[in-house]
Design a protein around this ligand. Structure first.
Ligand code: SF4
Length: 333
């Protein structure tokens, strides 16, 4: 079990233009101590603690040591920590503290590998900074995960391909994919109001997320989360962008739709088509509110289904005398 502790904006000396975590930022030692006490379960048994929501690398070594000190009363229950952070500033002393404190996993945020986009987002780091942090932390024995974003201003599909290629090269411990949301009281909100940021179609963002997701699957890189964490405070602050409570499901079902369509088109199938599939893929075939079924009909396919013990993510199409095998990877060329 991972017990999350959200150190909102702690260590963030610069605010990324899309970010407003919507909570009162812990400002002093008492706030942080209370936050930790409130977050940790008062129970027996062991658990991992995840320190999320700020930029741990932005803290001074003394402050970081002080924060870990607040966990002393819970040490016998805590197996290890994981943290999320920007990749800068990289500081050897801080890294040593993380090792001493039994941090085993470090999630690095890298919304894009395009330095122009990173600059516009006010991230205050480059793609090269990420690469340096990634390799340094791996060499120090940490498991390093990556957090990507999709739907960013000025982002093109080439940027997504670049993200996918870097992900495959780096082979992170796991990844998360976050769609961009426009939150109230952020510089991104102003850009949106002034029409200097015009979101692309939701489907286009699904396509971008799908590309990264399938490339991760293909290379045995675990995807632990697609979408933003569903909490009420966040929802209230969303004014535009690509938030959906079931974003991960939408990406997967869009992938299944695209894969079935690609195989049917490749085999020149029309009319009645039976899809044989694992029962856990049925919802992926149907799509959100049966959107996929409507899409199939628009492409001249009348789909029925038959459940089988085929592996998840694979399927067989039967169209009269024709039969063809497919997998979710048929969704992307
Ligand atoms: S996205 Fe992360 S690093 Fe950027 S302001 Fe928000 S919490 Fe800080």
């Amino acid at each position: 079990m991972i017990v999350p502790v959200f150190l909102t904006h702690l260590g963030c000396h610069d605010r990324c233009i899309y970010c407003n975590q919507g909570y009162i930022t812990a400002r002093n030692d008492i706030d942080i101590r209370r936050l930790i006490e409130r977050s940790l379960p008062q129970k027996e048994g062991t658990y991992e603690v995840g320190l999320f929501g700020g930029n741990i690398f932005g803290l001074s070594p003394d402050v970081l040591k002080g924060i870990f000190g607040y966990f002393d009363d819970y040490r016998e229950n805590i197996t290890n920590f994981r943290i999320s952070t920007k990749p800068v500033p990289l500081n050897e002393e801080l890294i040593d503290i993380l090792r001493e404190q039994r941090v085993t996993v470090i999630e690095l945020g890298i919304p894009s590998f395009n330095n122009d986009i990173l600059r516009m987002l006010n991230r205050k780091h480059t793609a090269e900074d990420l690469l340096l942090a990634f390799h340094t932390l791996k060499d120090k024995g940490f498991q390093v995960a990556l957090q990507f974003m999709v739907g960013l201003p000025d982002e093109t599909f080439d940027d997504i391909r670049e993200t996918g290629a870097n992900m495959v090269r780096l082979k992170p411990h796991y990844i998360r994919i976050y769609p961009l949301a426009v939150l109230k009281e952020t510089p991104l909100h102003t850009l949106y109001q002034e029409k200097r940021f015009v979101p692309v179609e939701f489907r286009e963002v699904l396509e971008r997320a799908l590309y990264i997701y399938l490339n991760a699957l293909r290379h045995d890189i675990k995807v632990v989360k697609m979408g933003l964490t569903d909490n009420e405070i966040l929802k209230e602050r969303i004014v535009a962008g690509y938030y959906h409570p079931a974003f991960g499901y939408l990406v997967k079902s869009f992938g299944f739709y695209r894969a079935v369509l690609a195989v049917a088109e490749r085999e020149s199938m029309k009319g009645d088509v039976t899809v044989i599939l694992n029962k856990r893929d049925v919802t992926h075939l149907l799509g959100h509110r049966r959107d996929n079924m409507k899409g199939f009909e628009e492409h001249g396919l009348s789909i029925s289904r038959e459940e089988s013990d085929l592996p998840i993510g694979t399927f067989t199409l039967i169209n009269g005398p024709r039969q063809a095998e497919g997998t979710i990877f048929d969704a992307i060329p």
